[in-house]
Design a protein around this ligand. Structure first.
Ligand code: C5P
Length: 228
């Protein structure tokens, strides 16, 4: 199975569907985020699903357990292969989200957003380092019966050791030939190649702009697929 999920972070639905159609032979799935879902809703997901690839709904749900479980039930009809929730919502929220998800849906936790550093955490009352907090929330997600977590390529080997059969979703990837400030995506600071992340234990490789902003997205997707 091709582990690449293309991040379809395009504002227009027609452009997102057209890109997905083009590269569908070289990616294993399609990731739709909160922006896409708020703009295009169930209709948008149905349109993208017609391409015929598994859908990853990156909604990062975080609310009281009853509300998150209700949201999971409401997206059930879309038959997503993967959905994200926030581990910070706590054990009961994660348990209820997993119970409400379909049997074929992986529920994966976001631990600490990469936009937060130690001082941001401390401002919210969390005294531990971002790294320690990631490990703590990873263990909590495993205890709650989730399938895995979202983590960086640099964390996946360590997390894989703690959670042998975990399902690990890894963004922030750049092909070896791309300069850090190259093809759209200079905001990703600590990148890794898709192959290195795969070797370190990633189950899913999330790749957006190296494909979507390439001059030839099909060639870019094929080249990345060829390195795996
Ligand atoms: O375009 P790029 O390959 O950077 O896209 C990566 C995707 O993964 C985006 O949809 C982004 O929101 C998501 N993501 C990320 N870093 C995280 C978590 C999610 O880049 N820490």
């Amino acid at each position: 199975m091709n582990p690449i999920y293309l991040a379809l972070d395009l504002p227009r639905l027609d452009a997102a569907v057209a890109l997905a159609q083009k590269v569908k032979g070289h990616v294993g799935g399609l990731k739709l985020g909160l922006e896409f879902f708020c703009a295009h809703g169930h209709h948008g997901v149905h349109e993208v699903a017609k391409v015929g690839l598994p859908i990853f709904l990156d909604l990062k749900l975080h609310d009281i357990p009853n509300t998150v479980a209700g949201a999971m039930q409401s997206i059930h009809v879309l038959e997503p292969a993967i959905v994200t929730i926030h581990a910070a919502g706590g054990r009961a929220m994660m348990e209820d989200a997993k119970a409400a998800a379909g049997e074929n849906c992986k529920v994966v936790a976001v631990t600490v957003l990469t936009s937060l550093d130690g001082s941001d955490l401390s401002a919210t009352g969390i005294g531990s380092s971002a790294h320690d907090q990631v490990l703590r929330l990873t263990d909590l997600a495993a205890e709650a019966g989730l399938d895995g977590i979202v983590c960086s390529g640099h964390e996946v080997a360590q997390v894989h050791k703690r959670w042998k059969n975990g399902y690990f979703v890894v963004p922030g990837l750049r092909p070896a030939e791309a300069s850090p400030n190259g093809i759209g995506g200079g905001d990703q600071k600590r990148t890794m190649t898709p192959r290195a992340a795969r070797d370190a234990g990633a189950s899913v490789l999330v790749i957006g702009r190296p494909i979507s902003r390439a001059e030839d997205p099909v060639a870019a997707a094929r080249a990345i697929e060829g390195t795996l």
